[in-house]
Design a protein around this ligand. Structure first.
Ligand code: GDP
Length: 297
């Protein structure tokens, strides 16, 4: 279960805070040192932890807390609020164009992150909201990618547009939008190629698609199990091609969870969804406040 170790550690810190009637500044400092270690061990990036602790400390050693009736509770409340703020506070939805106007969503991510699965999961979500999504198979490099998208599309009852693996991804993407226009679809989701590492060719291809088409949303899929790598990849993609949001997959696994806490603070882009399993229904909207409650237990 994600966050298990972080939750346990934070709960221990808070238990000892709660047991104290009055708090001294030293008590708060000791507690925050332990919170800091717990966050670092959970793979939250160092810069993010430092800023987080600074914010909590500034608020927690304030007069109101120290003189309050229940200082331990106040510190816990502040940690909770700062965690929510770290993750972006608000829930971000995919921005869709109104009515029959076509929204183009480009999915990006490294190979194995869960991009193709997530693409089908999102199509299912949009369909259940009354949208008419079309999936476009733009990954022409990985032999099984088109087939995998078709199988997943079928499971979701969503059509997949493919031109095989001999065409240029830009042409496939354009073809998909044309097809969507003439067949009454109002969302086109482009499943682009994943590579093992971030490389120039990959970025250039994504950039070419963005330039050739009016892409409304670029969503990056990253694997929570890769910890700080997920954060670095998000930052890199955002700098190179500009992303609108992140989908953090495999949060059902035994991840320490640091990526969920670091992505917004590091690259400035929100997490929209989290992947909670291999099934196509295992995609959840990301709620910073619920995630903070889950971490704090
Ligand atoms: P792609 O290479 O990025 O397109 O990745 P795939 O969509 O092929 O997914 C790679 C593997 O991760 C597959 O076995 C998926 O079933 C699995 N996967 C994707 N999302 C999740 C998730 O949220 N949780 C778990 N446990 N597995 C996932």
């Amino acid at each position: 279960m994600a966050f298990e170790s972080l939750s346990d550690k934070l709960q221990n810190v808070f238990k000892s805070l709660r047991s104290k009637g009055r708090l001294t500044e030293a008590d708060v400092k000791t507690a925050l040192r332990e919170v800091k270690l717990a966050l670092l061990e959970a793979d939250v990036s160092f810069k993010v932890v430092r800023q987080f602790i600074k914010s909590v400390q500034e608020r927690a050693v304030g007069q109101d807390v120290m003189n309050g009736l229940n200082p331990g509770q106040m510190v816990i409340k502040i940690v909770n609020e700062e965690l929510v703020s770290l993750m972006g506070s608000e829930t971000t939805e995919i921005a869709l164009r109104p009515g029959s106007e076509i929204t183009v969503i480009m999915m990006a991510g490294l190979q194995g992150a869960g991009k193709t699965t997530t693409t089908a999961k999102i199509a299912g979500k949009l369909k259940s909201k009354g949208r008419k999504p079309l999936l476009a198979a733009c990954d022409v490099y990985r032999p099984a990618a088109i087939k995998q998208l078709q199988i997943n599309g079928e499971k979701q009852g969503v059509e997949v547009f493919s031109m095989g693996d001999k065409q240029n991804p830009v042409d496939i993407a354009k073809g998909a939008v044309e097809y969507a226009k003439s067949h009454g679809f109002n969302v086109v989701i482009l499943d682009t190629a994943g590579r093992l590492h971030v490389d120039e060719d990959m970025m250039q291809e994504l950039q070419n698609i963005k330039t050739a088409l009016d892409v409304d949303q670029t969503l990056l899929v990253v694997d929570a199990m890769t910890g700080q790598d997920a954060v670095n990849v998000s930052d890199m993609f955002n700098q190179k091609i500009g992303i609108d949001g992140v989908i953090l997959t495999k949060l059902d696994g035994d991840t320490r969870g640091g990526a969920a806490l670091s992505i917004k603070a590091t690259c400035g882009k929100p997490i929209l969804f989290v992947g909670m399993g291999e099934k196509l229904s295992d995609l959840e909207q990301f709620y910073p406040d619920r995630m903070a409650s889950r971490i704090l237990g």
